[in-house]
Design a binder for this molecule. Sequence first.
Ligand code: OFO
Length: 172
Amino acid sequence: MFTERLQNAINDQIAAEFYSAYLYLAMSAYFESKDLPGMAHWMRMQYEEEVIHALKFFDYMNDRGAPVVLNAIDAPPAEFGSVTEVFEEVLAHEQKVTSLIHNLYTLAVEEGDYPTQSLLQWYIDEQVEEEKSASEVLARVKMVQDYPPGLLMMDQELAARPAPTPPAGEAA
Ligand code: OFO
């Protein structure tokens, strides 16, 4: 059954996904200000990916005839630390989102809501990818953090990140 408790939790997650988008957009602006356009681009692609995550929940609520409530989105920080610190924050943030998704899944099981469990499977798999990609970038940034030419090469590499594609059957 699609209980009000679960509906509220999904509405909260919509705001959490938009906060993720906001956070990465703030990081994108930060890297622009540091003349690292490739890293700024990587963060902007991450921002787009988070909007897709938010809209997938949004569409799901509408599909089930449940009320969408768009809660306030917290302001992200405007200042960040070193390149390594920024990517450490990305990984920590994704780990936090993973636990939010897992908590939602636990709730969907408790409430006996099978469609939501099915939906959340997509997010559970997606979080494995999100953490993997953040870990990989962080590991490589750490390798070159004290070597500016290496950081510039990393910047060029991250400029090649393609735009995310929405899940099959959905518009971006
Ligand atoms: Fe980065 O996975 Fe959504 O929030």
